[in-house]
Write a protein that binds this ligand. Structure first.
Ligand SMILES: NC(=O)c1ccc[n+]([C@@H]2O[C@H](COP(=O)([O-])OP(=O)(O)OC[C@H]3O[C@@H](n4cnc5c(N)ncnc54)[C@H](OP(=O)(O)O)[C@@H]3O)[C@@H](O)[C@H]2O)c1
Length: 304
């Protein structure tokens, strides 16, 4: 059985984000949201990553093309954009787009601190903030657990001082999961970010149940395994029953699997294309698979 849209809305508040962005809004269905457990704030279940895709340097044409991706993202109800000082020019490119778009007030800014020198953390965050052109970040995450103890102390102090709303940690590619779990156990994190997609499901064993138990929001990175999964299924038929969850493409099939896990708060696919950002947001506005259909999806891809 598939959860109908009405049933989904029973457990998740629908976002009214299009209405929050007068001037840019267009008629469309708002994406489903899930609450951030530590605050109850609702966040759309599909966000936008920026690794590689937004690292386009000073090229005006490429920068404006990324602006159009962000315009489409906000128009279709998106909120969370994820970046890092590790992502080359991605932060200034996001800042360029935000300025052109008039700093849409539904933006949920998620960035990271990424330096092995704990003393450099505050200056790096200040530089990132200036690149984005925001007053403060919504979420700051310790990227790949680099100098995590010291950076976490600093981030919690920023939160206490009202300069940051949420604190998190990240990993990817299944790295350092035991240490990741220990940090989740010991610290009052608002968010964790880790790799979760139909081919990388390690987090289902311990990290997702622990996040659920501790009330920590989870961001799924690499939902397409950096396009590898798209290439794997390209040209292959979707099952007829994909229509039950309004999955019109493999991208939507893959994304709906990720965002329907009860412990996943949102996924952050990256893209260089306006049609893809709209397709990804649309994955968040139809019915999502329940546990039985999720199993069927996982079984099906083994046969393709
Ligand atoms: N340790 C960490 O903190 C960490 C590590 C890894 C990633 N991340 C974050 O997670 C984000 C996402 O991960 P990722 O960038 O590695 O990979 P991803 O989102 O799994 O895959 C990105 C690729 O998917 C393609 N794509 C996106 N939407 C598509 C669609 N609808 N149809 C077909 N292809 C589509 C894009 O190509 P097109 O350009 O052709 O659309 C792009 O090449 C990153 O950008 C970053 O923000 C964080």
């Amino acid at each position: 059985m598939v959860l109908t849209r009405r049933e989904m809305l029973g457990t998740m508040a629908a976002a009214c984000t299009a209405a929050l962005m007068p001037g840019l809004g267009r008629a469309q269905t708002a994406p489903l949201t899930k609450p951030i457990p530590s605050s109850g704030e609702d966040i759309p279940i599909v966000g936008l990553g920026s690794w590689i895709t937004f690292n386009v340097g000073d090229d005006d044409v490429a920068r404006d093309a990324r602006t159009e991706i962000m315009r489409a993202f906000f128009e279709d109800g998106g909120r969370m954009i994820d970046s890092s000082p590790m992502y080359g020019s991605a932060q200034p490119v996001i800042g360029h787009a935000l300025e052109k778009l008039g700093y849409p007030n539904q933006l949920f800014s998620a960035d990271k601190v990424w330096t092995s020198e704990p003393g450099d953390g505050p200056a790096q965050i200040e530089e990132s903030r200036a690149h984005w052109g925001v007053d403060n970040f919504d979420l700051l995450q310790v990227h790949n657990l680099l100098a995590w103890q010291e950076h976490l102390d600093m981030l919690f102090a920023m939160k206490d001082a009202g300069k940051l709303r949420y604190v998190g940690i990240t990993t990817s590619h299944g790295r350092r999961h035991p240490e990741f779990e220990q940090i989740m156990q010991k610290h009052d994190l608002d968010f964790v970010q880790a790799t979760y997609n139909m081919a990388d499901r390690d987090v289902e064993e311990r990290i997702l149940p622990l996040a659920k138990e501790k009330g920590i929001a989870v961001i799924a990175n690499r939902p397409f395994r950096r396009k590898e999964l798209i290439y794997r299924f390209e040209g292959k038929d979707l099952p007829a029953w994909a229509s039950e969850i309004d999955a019109d493409s493999w991208a939507q099939f893959l994304l709906k699997f990720v965002i329907s896990h009860p412990a996943i708060t949102c996924a952050i696919p990256a893209t260089t294309r306006v049609d893809h950002v709209r397709e990804n947001l649309a994955s968040a506005s139809g019915p999502l698979p329940d546990a039985r259909l999720r199993k069927r999806m996982a079984d099906y891809i083994e046969t393709v």
